[in-house]
Design a protein around this ligand. Structure first.
Ligand SMILES: *Cc1c(COP(=O)(O)O)cnc(C)c1O
Length: 398
């Protein structure tokens, strides 16, 4: 080794980037950021929300994704989190104190119910659930110490639509914040902050990243005054989001609009056709005119995504699980919003308390991906044929 080589290995030359203007966003990895001089380092804390001081507090890559979401959500600011569930948990925790009360829609993403019932309750926060389709129920359960009303529209798995503007009014009258997990609709199909919500979260893991290979979430706030409690808490808890992952989400984001429109259209076709099948009790899809709450969908949403659920008659429900093995194009798996169509048998009975699930507790959640529509429909026909056969056989046996 020549003298100086060791140093040269470490001190990477700076190549000018002027004139280099790629379509995609660069991946800026950093923990350490260098400062021009000692004074700049000493005053790094004064650089403000747009400045850089340490990788944990943001890089050009993560800030680009946050800015894109801020614009689409019509938000004051957006913060990334390492998963959708982390975004949900952090979004409520930033505003709750011991003695406060949180109200959650009965149909929220089940890990959120779990988080509230275990961790929030442990921290001295009163937790209660309400029927998202009944605003009188919401109103009756609001207390003087209610700090947050948390909801999801449509609800996880069972797709109940909620009147967000009316809920926002009830929450605000009581001095509470309205938070909405907007993962199903994405910021393209519903903009909760323009309907009165104060906080919106997205599981970017689903449609926005779109390829089932990354976990991320976002928290956006409408009022700039709500930004500081979130950013301060995320910093203190040391929650950072990988720039590599953020760049994957940014890449997926570019095609979100066309993917979503396609999946939503195919889902609408399938939902309409499956509604006629005697093997199916109900198709739970906001885009169906027979769906309760469809008027809310028409009023507030710009379109639908490709996730919907099926419920089954008593005689068919036990056969859903074995019939799934007849699918060959749909994959069987959790999560959704990727390129691959997925089927997942769900049960909701144990995650309801303000409402009761009255149908057989086998709900099939379908996520329509980007495969050929005809082949996907043939696959669903195979599933239906298997249900017909299995129910007939067990019918004879009974
Ligand atoms: C999947 C999902 C989440 C959680 O996202 P992760 O990134 O998997 O943690 C949150 N909310 C809803 C509605 C979801 O469907």
């Amino acid at each position: 080794m020549a003298t100086g080589d060791l140093t040269q290995c470490v001190l990477t030359p700076r190549i000018p980037t002027e004139g280099f203007d790629p379509v995609g966003v660069g991946v800026h990895r950093a923990s350490t950021i260098l400062f021009d001089n000692a004074v700049a380092y000493a005053s790094r804390g004064e650089r403000g929300e747009k400045g850089y001081s340490y990788g944990l507090y943001g890089t050009p890559t993560t800030r680009t994704l946050e800015e894109k979401l801020t614009q689409l959500e019509h938000a004051a600011r957006t913060f990334l989190a390492p998963s959708g569930q982390a975004a949900n948990a952090l979004a409520v925790m930033a505003f709750l104190n011991e003695g406060d009360h949180i109200l959650l829609a009965d149909t929220v993403y089940p890990p959120m119910r779990d988080f509230a019932g275990s961790d929030l309750a442990r921290m001295g926060i009163a937790v209660d659930f309400f029927d998202p389709t009944d605003l009188d129920d919401l109103q009756a359960r609001i207390r003087s110490n209610t700090r947050i009303v948390w909801c999801e529209s449509p609800g996880s798995t069972t797709m109940e639509l909620m009147d967000l503007p009316a809920a926002a009014e009830l929450a605000h009258e009581a001095g509470a914040l309205l938070g909405v997990d907007n993962t199903w609709a994405t910021p393209l199909n519903l903009k909760p902050l323009t309907l009165g919500a104060d906080i919106v979260t997205e599981a970017l893991t689903k449609y926005v990243s779109g390829h089932s290979d990354v976990l991320m979430g976002s928290i956006s706030v409408r009022d700039p005054a709500l930004a500081k409690p979130v950013s301060d808490m995320i910093g203190r808890m040391g929650i950072g989001t990988s720039p590599d992952d953020a760049s994957l989400v940014l890449r997926g984001f570019e095609t979100l609009g066309v993917r979503l429109r396609h999946s939503g259209t195919v889902a609408q076709h399938f939902a309409e056709r499956l509604a006629d099948s005697p093997m199916v009790s109900r198709v739970l899809f906001p885009g169906l005119s027979t769906m309760s709450g469809h008027h809310i969908f028409k009023r507030d949403f710009f379109g639908s995504s490709g996730v919907f659920s099926l419920t089954f008659p008593e005689s068919v429900a036990p056969h859903v699980s074995p019939a799934l093995d007849h699918l060959s194009v749909f994959g069987i798996g959790a999560s959704w919003g990727g390129t691959r169509s997925l089927a997942a048998p769900m049960s909701v009975g144990t995650s309801r308390s303000a409402t009761r699930w009255e149908e057989p507790d086998v709900i099939l959640r379908l996520s329509i991906g980007l495969e050929d529509e005809g082949e996907l429909w043939e696959d669903l026909q195979r599933l239906i044929a298997a249900l017909v056969k299995l129910s007939a056989v067990s019918g004879v046996a009974e």
